[in-house]
Design a protein around this ligand. Structure first.
Ligand code: PEP
Length: 249
């Protein structure tokens, strides 16, 4: 019912030529159906990637909540739409930590993305201290509730949430499949409280945090995990193909 997604978050990696080489290499080997392969690339190479990709769906890694104006260095939803990208990551923990992105700002970005028909991949997740002091669910509830405050979801299939425990990102220390499932299931229950069961059952919830070719099968076998948001392992052609294949049910 929910089509799995494997979204690569390339962060600040790959030049244009490297990205095109990657796309041309992996595309013939990706599953033709049963999942969506997404690459969220640096903004400066999005246009070239969109032109070259036939199977891969292309996404941005961030977006300003304003449509235009005096915001030096920023990229607007209009520009992303003009570039024909489909997805946009919003509220990644690196944006929250290094660029002071608040729940309120992320809420404004989600509203704007949906207004411009961009599919948001909304990242939420607790830091290590919060996991250790038992407040993971409180954090997830706050982040999800604030992110979606006042937002009408007309097409739940166009909204994606990524549960990314901050302690698992880029550390090589993935959450266990049980921890990841528990958090994704909890997020779905928060969505059900806001939007009702039917809508919450259509929203795709990904797990992200040190997903690799060894742990992907087990993580993807969990009922509330509808795919992965993957950093490091998505940079390697062969690994990306393996991760995508593991998402096909
Ligand atoms: C990420 O950047 O969203 C991520 C999950 O990174 P990694 O897979 O490298 O932990």
């Amino acid at each position: 019912m929910r089509k799995p997604i494997l979204a690569g978050n390339w962060k600040m990696n790959k030049t244009r030529d490297e990205a095109i080489h990657f796309a041309l290499t992996v595309e013939p080997n990706l599953p033709k159906e049963g999942m969506e392969a997404v690459i969220c690339a640096p903004a400066i190479i999005l246009r070239d990637l969109v032109k070259r990709c036939e199977v891969i769906h292309v996404g941005a890694q961030n977006m300003n909540e304003n449509v235009s104006g005096a915001y030096t260095g920023e990229i607007s939803p209009v520009m992303l739409k003009d570039t024909k990208v489909e997805y946009v990551i919003l509220g990644h923990s690196e944006r929250r930590a290094y660029y002071n992105e608040t729940d309120e700002k992320i809420n404004a970005k989600i509203a704007r993305a949906l207004e411009y028909d961009l599919k948001p991949i909304v990242c939420v997740g607790e830091v290590l201290e919060e996991r250790e002091n038992g407040t993971t669910n409180d954090v997830l509830k706050r982040q999800v509730t604030k992110a979606f405050e006042g937002i009408v979801i007309a097409n739940p299939e166009n909204v994606v949430i990524a549960y990314e425990p901050v302690w698992a990102i880029g550390t090589g220390k993935s959450a266990s499949s049980e921890q990841a499932e528990e958090a994704c299931k909890f997020i779905r229950s928060v969505l059900a409280d806001i939007y009702g069961e039917e809508v919450s059952n259509e929203i795709r919830i990904l797990y992200g945090g040190s997903v690799n070719v060894k742990n992907v099968e087990e993580l993807m076998s969990m009922p509330d995990i509808d795919g992965g948001l993957v950093g490091g392992a998505s940079l390697k052609e062969a690994d990306f193909v393996t991760l995508c294949k593991a998402c096909v049910e």
